[in-house]
Structure formats: C-alpha cells, structure tokens
Design a protein. Structure first.
Length: 332
C-alpha cells in the first residue's frame, strides 16, 4: 500500500508540472471584494490568440498554480502556514486552470473538468467547477487511468481578492456551498493572502488567553478550542474513524465483487478497486484532519499528532488490504 501511495504522489507531481508549463501568463485583475471593487475576472484582448479567446475568468486564474493557504472551520479561518502540521496536510492539494476553460485539481486522485462563471445570490464573483474525469491508479501498471464514475461533483469558487479564493463543494439544490463542509482558501502560488491575514483566527493566542481552569471541577475551559473541535480527544477520534472504516469495508468489498463480476479486463478491475479504496481513504483523511485540528487548537506537540495519525493510517492500510485482496483474487 505504501508503494501504491508513493507511485500516486509521483504521478500527481508529474501531472502538476505538465499543467503548470502548459498555462500561459495570465493578467490578474485589480480590486478588492471587501473594498470598492471586486477582482476583475473578465477576458481581455491580451488573451486572444488569433480567433481563440480565453475562457472567462482565465485572466484571474490562468498561468498560476493555486495552493491551499487556509481552511474554514465554521466561522473560523485558519492559516495553514501557522503550523507545520496543517501545512503538511494540505501541501499536495492544489489547482491549475487552462485558457480553454478546463481545470485540474490535485488531491488524493487528480480530477479535471470545466470551469464557468456563476451568478450567486450574494452578488460575489463566483465560478463553478464541474468534474468530468478522475484519474485513478492502475495498480498493475503503476499509471493513472481515466475514470468518469464521479463526474457529477461540482465545486463553487468565490473570489475574495486578487490572489485568494474560497473553494467548496457545491449544492445544486440550494445553489450555494454545501452545508456542513469545510471550505478551503486557495492562494496564488508564491503570493501571500491579505484576506487570510485580515480574517484568520489566532488559535494559539485564543487558547492561551481564554483557557481557564475551574478550581472546583478541575477542568479546563477553552472557547477557542471548542469552536473548532468540540469535545474530542485523539483516542476518541481514532476510535470513531476506525469504527467508520471497519463498517465501510464490508460494503466496499461487496460493491467491488458486484461490479467486478464477469469483468475480465484487468485495467477495469484495477479501476473498480481504486474507487473503493479511494472511498476508504477519504474516511481516513477526514480522521487525520480532525486530529490535526485538535492538535492545532490545543497547542499539542507535533509528535502527539503524528503518533495518533500514524496509527490511524496503519489501520487504514490493514483495512484497505482487504479490498486489495479481493482485487488480486479476481485478477488472477
């Protein structure tokens, strides 16, 4: 499993370099959505090449790789660079945009699709990203292959300033960002976000100043921490997400058997296996993110987080092997 993950990371890096070099030089608009003007996301004459006109929004997005600079937890905006652990957690999550209206999103498995303008009720400049293809790992060849089984997912981008935007899963029913999700704040690679600097929550400062010990009950009260992680411990998070993964595996195995029944093409079998393992990986990732938030809010040492996150990762590896065994049996 570690070999599979390593091959995936290498593949993502290769794809990222290709997209970055294929993008042209975009001209970033001016303005501030919190001030008098909004970022200019229109197409300019400078993007015309003969009869070809760059997609609307390319002047803002194009020619750049966008990296995660912040995460929204409820009403809190957390700067991932305020702590090495959060930075490490999101350092393989980034976006790239092309002049033809296509985009690439790199996280766990790379996805690509089309972006277009969206008229939000809030009046803010927004774009919709519609997923068309997810690249999954072919375990036999160690290559990424195309998968269209998850092409119904959409994301909404809200422009915040010249080099910052909010990225969230889109709810087509409400026409807004999906509820109970944690939007990411993307920042242009190599730039600093003034929006994050102006709006972020100083978690460590809040923890130190707001934490009070109840001498009668002998417990610690921390408003800053409770806003982010509620009442959780590393053990409870580990137990919770281990239980979720254990309950998910039988269903994923049954789903694999059902979809793999009668399939002789080994590439198709690998594709089905990837889809099921990806579903399990998302549960593990969610647990590790919650542990990271607990560490960040509590001011714990990185080693504490690392120990528990590694244990959860090892549990994921063991459970994912059950799905892999099904694939290996059917591929023989």
């Amino acid at each position: 499993m570690k070999t599979v993950i390593r091959v995936l990371q290498i593949s993502i890096c290769i794809v990222a370099v290709c997209v970055l070099t294929s993008c042209g030089n975009g001209n970033i608009g001016t303005g501030d959505v919190n001030g008098k003007d909004r970022p200019d996301a229109t197409t300019s004459e400078s993007n015309k090449k003969g009869d070809n006109v760059a997609a609307e929004g390319y002047d803002y997005f194009g020619g750049q790789i966008w990296e995660v600079g912040g995460v929204c937890y409820g009403d809190n905006v957390v700067d991932v660079h305020d702590h090495d652990t959060l930075a490490d957690l999101y350092d393989v999550n980034f976006l790239g945009f092309n002049s033809d209206g296509s985009y690439m999103h790199y996280y766990v498995f790379p996805t690509r699709g089309k972006y277009k303008t969206y008229e939000a009720e809030s009046g803010q400049n927004c774009f919709l990203l519609n997923t068309e293809v997810t690249l999954k790992l072919d375990h036999e060849k160690g290559e990424l292959i195309e998968d269209t089984s998850e092409n119904n997912k959409s994301y909404i981008i809200t422009l915040l300033d010249d080099n910052t935007f909010k990225f969230a899963e889109f709810d087509s029913f409400s026409g807004k960002a999906k509820a109970n999700t944690e939007p990411l704040i993307f920042v242009k690679s190599g730039e600093k976000s003034q929006w994050i600097a102006d709006n972020k929550t100083e978690i460590f400062q809040n923890y130190r100043s707001d934490s009070k010990v109840d001498s009668n009950a002998g417990t610690s009260k921390n408003d800053g921490r409770n806003n982010l992680v509620e009442d959780a411990t590393y053990q409870s998070i580990y137990d919770d997400y281990t239980d979720k993964m254990e309950k998910a595996v039988p269903g994923l195995v049954r789903a694999y058997r059902s979809e793999a029944s009668g399939v002789a093409d080994i590439n198709r079998l690998a594709e089905i296996c990837n889809t099921k393992i990806s579903s399990l990986a998302k549960i593990c990732t969610a647990g590790m993110e919650k542990m990271a938030r607990l560490m960040y809010a509590s001011g714990d040492d990185y080693e504490t987080y690392e120990g528990w996150a590694t244990e959860l990762q090892e549990t994921y590896n063991d459970l994912a092997q059950e799905i892999m065994d099904e694939y290996l049996d059917s591929a023989n």
